[in-house]
Design a protein around this ligand. Structure first.
Ligand SMILES: C[S@@+](CC[C@H](N)C(=O)[O-])C[C@H]1O[C@@H](n2cnc3c(N)ncnc32)[C@H](O)[C@@H]1O
Length: 326
């Protein structure tokens, strides 16, 4: 079957395979192929493969021992995996039931199948779920070498943002002081601490903070993670002028927290500001809001204007990487 594959010299095969597996990019349903001096490793998402690796589309055999949901259904359903929880997004109840049954019957390791039953909503950015199979909505998800325990019904977590989080995490240097103002279960904080940063994660959702503490322990970085439950505008007085780096992943309303961000920033501070805006001007409103909050105390330099993903028709989820210099 024609499948995108990472092509590397034979001697780099195992390391590359393990790295792609850590990133959740290995297409387990297909065989790895060796040809001449090269190995072809099938991947799930060619766009998420690091730029240093080359991707080629080629014919690779489907793993014979595995029955896939599409083999059972006769069509290729779309789903996301979060540990052993599989998430689908189906309006038609009969189709949802058929997909859930096929997922459970297939070779994919599934404990629970959930159907999205509402949009993400409210302060804690949660959604409603329909449980189609299984008892537990708690799982452990692996992302770029870190593992995250979480319950999707209690906390926000999107596996789709793995590549974006990794892009930001890769910028962190040893000894930095990082504060994530909307930290969730720690998908920025934990790998940043693993990179040697001293980190603070704040979230208004108590359960997210419980999981953040557990995930810091689970990944061996509890000594570099401080987890604080509460409204970031009210619980961060101890960190005034403290941060070398701030993460603001609360698209739609991050602008309301920029005064707090400025109060937390040290003399030089990198800010990763997430926003959702119309495609006609995806960066302008965020940049204007940052300048209004930070100038003239800080010089504001936008280092990167980065499109993360399409959010809705004509709407983009974007990130501004900004340097504030006092
Ligand atoms: C979009 S989620 C991002 C979570 C995490 N950074 C991630 O990438 O998975 C936003 C988070 O901000 C938290 N939040 C919302 N308002 C908040 C506030 N005023 N103070 C602190 N956290 C808040 C929510 O509970 C939620 O966990």
């Amino acid at each position: 079957m024609e499948t995108p594959c990472v092509r590397v010299p034979r001697e780099d095969g195992e390391q590359t395979r393990a790295d792609l597996d850590d990133r959740g990019l290995l297409a387990h349903d297909y065989e790895i192929v060796v040809e001449d001096d090269h190995i072809y490793i099938p991947v799930t998402d060619p766009n998420a493969v690091p730029e240093s690796l080359s991707v080629h589309t080629r014919d690779v055999p489907v793993r014979e021992t595995q029955t896939l949901p599409e083999d059972i259904l006769g069509f290729d359903p779309s789903y996301e995996r979060l540990g052993d929880v599989v998430i689908i997004d189906e309006d038609d109840p009969e189709r949802a039931r058929a997909i859930a049954d096929a997922l459970v019957e297939s070779a994919i390791p599934v404990e629970t199948v959930l159907n999205r039953a509402s949009k993400v909503k409210g302060t804690e950015r949660l959604r409603e779920w329909e449980v189609l199979h299984g008892d537990s909505t708690e799982t452990v998800h692996r992302e770029y070498g870190c593992s995250f325990a979480l319950d999707v019904t209690e906390v926000y977590f999107s596996p789709r943002l793995a590549t974006e989080r990794h892009r930001v995490v890769e910028q962190v240097t040893h000894g930095e002081r990082v504060l994530d103002m909307f930290a969730g279960v720690g998908p920025f904080v934990v790998p940043m601490a693993a990179a040697g940063a001293t980190t603070v994660g704040v979230d208004i959702n108590d359960r997210a903070i419980d999981y953040l503490r557990e995930n810091a322990r689970r990944n061996g970085v509890a000594d570099r993670v401080t987890a604080i439950a509460g409204d970031v505008r009210e619980v961060t007085d101890d960190y005034a002028d403290w941060a070398d780096r701030l993460v603001m992943n609360l698209p739609h309303s991050a602008d309301a927290f920029l005064d707090t961000a400025v109060s937390l920033a040290g003399d030089t501070c990198r800010l990763h500001y997430y926003d959702i805006q119309h495609e006609d001007d995806p960066y302008g409103p965020g940049e204007a809001a940052i300048r209004a909050a930070a100038e003239p105390t800080y010089d504001v330099t936008v280092e990167t204007r980065h499109s993360v993903r399409s959010y809705a028709p004509h709407e983009l989820n974007v990130c501004l990487d900004v340097v504030l210099s006092r």
